[in-house]
Design a binder for this molecule. Structure first.
Ligand code: PEP
Ligand code: CO
Length: 449
């Protein structure tokens, strides 16, 4: 944090990717209202996550960050929240069991409602309208009045995030995330599939281990670690007014926290070192992620690290690289070298989704399972060669049986995309593809340990 940082010092700088509603009266009213709302997360939880990320950065633990590209107001049901939690729990069990390491579970959930766009407008059949910027800003329907940014949507964003978090807390602390429930997380539609059966074997071994432990007196009643209660939330810190409005000072430490989520990341399009997003996040004590795409310049990345993590604290900074399956081979090594030369303490995470997106002939935005896997394989191999630690993965995924990404064990094809393509933004791995990737990441992790 620079000496001159205040929660509103970002207001003197340019903020990219804003909806253009900042001058409206309605917007000011909404922001003042949110300023008075209770925080969604608490400083103590944020510090606990930071400690776990610090451990992962030094090789003791591994991060799984995942969830929707964009949450929506329509998809707001207990079942769907539960299923998103289930798939992350299953993936973390696969990794913990297979690679014997603690998994930090971080959802793209309870706040992931705003999207950066490559173009301000979208044109269809000669009609040009504002681009969809996520449900926090406007409606996806291609109708003029729906596409108009509406600040009132921020109130719904807050309320839906609060209710989602409430349910996640109830599930995790109320026993649903207990390791004894590992079987229950396997959804019916997947239980018969090869991935589901492979998962079931692990769940069975865990049961055997738990039965043995119970015999010697270790149960989830007396051993909190078996309850897997630690689940954290994250989203892209994109809408400056909203993030600012949820910033609170911790009475214990006097540090500032962005209480909209435990972990915030800066997108590849808003990471300008002298921009508003970087200024704002440089002053809060939350762990911060930076999306590092192929256009990054080494000096710029070092400037970002120094500004966002001046104390060079472990766990504070996560670099989420998203280079593309091909480009990663030439782009990642010089970045790692420059981070090493400058002694920056970071957690290295791979997002194998965002630089591997393309449009099919039928107009579906998709990603191929094999390409995603390829970027992951290079990520692990490059870090091993450089002597740095591949510390986590970042996926867009869902607990549902959608058909948005190609490939995987079921070999989802171009023709299949049509059957359940439901995402509001980027294509997500479905339940089975997510489990399959968890098994493959486990293998990659095990090779180097
Ligand atoms: C995202 O994570 O949804 C996203 C937009 O990523 P990026 O900033 O890396 O393009
Ligand atoms: Co996305």
């Amino acid at each position: 944090m620079g000496k001159s940082w205040t929660p509103d010092s970002w207001q003197n700088l340019t903020a990219a990717q804003q909806p253009g509603w900042e001058k409206s009266e309605e917007y000011s009213k909404v922001i003042s209202e949110i300023m008075n709302y209770p925080p969604l997360v608490f400083a103590g939880e944020v510090r606990a996550l930071k400690q776990q990320l610090a451990d992962a950065a030094r090789g003791d633990g591994f991060l799984i960050q995942g969830g929707d590209c964009a949450e929506t107001f329509d998809d707001f049901r207990a079942d769907s929240i539960r299923d998103k939690l289930k798939i992350l729990l299953q993936m973390s069990v696969i990794l913990t069991y297979g690679a014997s390491c603690n998994v930090v579970k971080l959802g793209r959930i309870a706040g992931q409602f705003a999207k950066p766009r490559s173009s301000d407008t979208e044109t269809r059949d000669g009609l040009e309208l504002p681009s969809y910027r996520g449900d926090a800003v406007n409606d996806i329907k291609f109708i003029e009045k729906n596409r108009e940014p509406n600040p009132k949507r921020l109130l719904r964003t807050y309320n839906q995030s609060a209710a989602t978090l409430n349910l996640l807390r109830a599930f995790t602390t109320g026993g649903f995330a207990d390791l004894n429930k590992a079987h229950v997380w396997n959804q019916e539609f997947i239980a018969q599939s090869p991935q589901g059966q492979r998962y079931e074997k692990i769940a069975k071994s865990i049961d055997d281990a738990l039965t043995f432990m119970k015999a010697v007196g270790i149960t989830s009643d007396n051993t909190a670690a078996l309850k897997l209660t630690e689940f954290f939330t994250s989203h892209e810190a994109l809408l400056m007014g909203y993030e600012h409005a949820l910033t609170r000072q911790d009475s214990l430490t006097e540090k500032w926290y962005d209480c909209s989520a435990h972990f915030l990341w800066i997108g590849d399009r808003t990471r300008q070192p002298d921009g508003a997003h970087v200024e704002f996040l440089s002053g809060v004590d939350n762990p911060i992620g930076i999306k590092v795409g192929p256009t990054i310049i080494e000096d710029e990345l070092i400037a970002l690290c120094e500004k966002l993590n001046p104390e060079n604290e472990w766990g504070k900074l996560t670099l989420i690289t998203r280079m593309g399956a091909d480009a990663i081979r030439s782009k990642l090594p010089p970045i790692i070298k420059s981070i090493k030369e400058n002694d920056q303490n970071v957690l290295w995470v791979c997002d194998p989704m965002h630089a591997n997106t393309y449009k099919t002939e039928n107009g579906f935005k998709t990603r191929h399972f094999n390409t995603i896997l390829e970027e992951l394989e290079h990520f692990f191999a490059i870090h091993r060669a450089e002597g740095t630690i591949p510390g986590g993965v970042h996926f867009e995924l869902t607990g549902d049986n959608v058909t948005e990404c190609l490939g995987g064990a079921r070999e989802i094809s171009d023709e299949d995309l049509n059957s359940r393509y439901e995402t509001a933004c980027d294509p997500r791995l479905n339940n089975e593809q997510s489990l399959e990737l968890a098994f493959l990441v486990t293998d990659l992790l095990r090779i180097g340990r």
